[in-house]
Design a protein around this ligand. Structure first.
Ligand SMILES: NC(=O)c1ccc[n+]([C@@H]2O[C@H](COP(=O)([O-])OP(=O)(O)OC[C@H]3O[C@@H](n4cnc5c(N)ncnc54)[C@H](OP(=O)(O)O)[C@@H]3O)[C@@H](O)[C@H]2O)c1
Length: 309
C-alpha cells in the first residue's frame, strides 16, 4: 500500500508510550515495541498485490486496518508504504477523502465490536453515548442513529454542536450535568471514558438495558500505569454473572473484513460522516501526538503522506 493518510488515536499512544505496562505482555513488545513503526489504520493506493489476491488491483483506492490482531501493537501505518493483509481492507468510497477514510477503521472496528447485537435494538430505543465527541463515540453515535435509535450524546461544552450535527437527538454537557442523575433511563449506555462507576450508570439503565464500557486511559492521566483498566474490566466480567445489564449479546466477534464492509456501506450512503480535527505531515508526527494528548479535539488527528501522492 502506498499510504496517503493515517490516523493518530489513543491506541497508538498506548503502544508508543508502553502504558499501561500490562499491554506489553499482550504482544506490543516488552522493552520496546516489536514493530518500530506506529499506526494501525490508513487509507491509500494499492501499489502491488500478492499472487492469490483477486479483490484488489494496483491503483485501487482502499482503506483499512494494518493489524490482523488487536489494536495494541504498532501496525506500521505511519509510513510511506505498508504491507497489509487484503482482508483488512475495503475500497474507499468516492464520497469521502483519504483523510476521512483513514480516520475510520480502528475506531469503527472498536465501535462495531462493542455494538454487537445492534440488530436487537428497536427503533426509538434510547441509547446514550458517553464521550460521543471522540473517535469511537462519534462513530457509535452515527451507527446507532442509523439503526433508528434515539441517541443522547455526552461530551464537553465545545463539542455539543458537533454532536448535534452528527445526528444526536439530545446532548449533555458533562462539565455541567451528570447523566446518571437525570432520572432518565436508557436501553444502551455506550461508555467511552468510564468516568462513573457501574453502580451509578445502572441508575440510568432500564431493567433490560445494557452497559458497554470502552474505557479510556486519558493518556496516562488515570494514573493506572501497570494494569490500566484491566482490573476494572475483569471485575465487570465477574459481575456480569449476576447482573444481566453487563452481559454481552452472546454473538461472535465480527471479522475485520465484515466490519470494514459494514463501515464502507455506511460511509457510502452518508450514514457515517468522519470528522477531521486537523492534518499533519508525516514528518510532524511528534506535534500531531502533542496535539492529541494536550488539546481539545473536534474530530480525528490525521497524518498525511503528501510526498507519496
Ligand atoms: N473496549 C474495547 O474494545 C477497546 C478496544 C481498543 C481500544 N479501546 C479504547 O477505546 C478508547 C477509544 O477512545 P477514542 O478514540 O474515542 O478517544 P477520544 O477520541 O479521546 O474520545 C474520548 C472522548 O471522551 C470525552 N470525555 C472525556 N472525559 C469525559 C467525561 N467525563 N464525560 C464524557 N465524555 C468525556 C473526550 O472529551 P474531552 O476533550 O473533554 O477529553 C473525548 O471527546 C481508547 O482509550 C482505547 O484504548 C477500547
Amino acid at each position: 500500500m502506498r499510504v496517503r493518510a493515517a490516523s493518530v488515536h489513543p491506541d497508538v499512544w498506548h503502544v508508543v508510550s508502553g502504558r499501561p505496562y500490562v499491554l506489553r505482555l499482550m504482544g506490543a513488545g516488552f522493552s520496546k515495541p516489536k514493530n518500530p513503526i506506529p499506526g494501525t489504520d490508513m487509507a491509500g493506493i494499492v501499489e502491488s498485490v500478492g499472487g492469490s489476491v483477486t479483490r484488489f488491483r494496483p491503483g485501487d483506492p482502499v482503506f483499512g486496518e494494518t493489524v490482523v490482531t488487536f489494536q495494541w501493537v504498532n501496525g506500521g501505518a505511519f509510513a510511506e508504504y505498508v504491507s497489509v493483509h487484503h482482508e483488512l481492507l475495503a475500497r474507499k468510497p468516492d464520497n469521502i477523502t483519504f483523510e476521512q477514510a483513514a480516520s475510520v477503521p480502528t475506531s469503527g472496528f472498536i465501535a462495531l465490536l462493542n455494538l454487537r447485537g445492534l440488530n436487537q435494538l428497536r427503533p426509538g430505543q434510547k441509547v446514550l453515548i458517553n464521550g460521543g465527541g471522540g473517535g469511537v463515540g462519534s462513530l457509535a453515535l452515527q451507527i446507532t442513529k442509523a439503526h433508528g435509535a434515539h441517541v443522547t450524546a455526552v461530551d464537553s461544552t465545545s463539542k455539543l454542536d458537533m454532536l448535534r450535527s452528527l445526528g444526536a437527538d439530545e446532548v449533555i454537557d458533562y462539565t455541567r450535568e451528570d447523566f446518571t442523575r437525570r432520572g432518565v433511563r436508557y436501553d444502551l449506555i455506550f461508555d467511552v471514558p468510564g468516568n462513573h462507576p457501574f453502580s451509578a450508570c445502572r441508575r440510568a439503565l432500564t431493567p433490560d438495558g445494557r452497559y458497554v464500557l470502552i474505557g479510556h486511559e486519558h493518556f496516562g492521566a488515570s494514573g493506572k500505569r501497570v494494569f490500566g483498566l484491566v482490573p476494572y474490566f475483569l471485575s465487570l466480567m465477574v459481575l456480569s454473572r449476576f447482573v444481566k445489564q453487563l452481559r454481552g449479546p452472546g454473538l461472535p466477534m465480527p471479522t475485520k473484513k465484515d466490519a470494514m464492509a459494514v463501515l464502507r456501506n455506511l460511509l457510502e450512503v452518508g450514514k457515517i460522516t468522519p470528522i477531521i480535527d486537523s492534518t499533519y505531515h508525516l514528518s510532524d508526527v511528534r506535534e500531531a501526538f502533542r496535539h492529541m494528548i494536550e488539546d481539545e479535539l473536534h474530530g480525528k488527528v490525521i497524518l498525511t503522506v503528501v510526498d507519496a501522492v
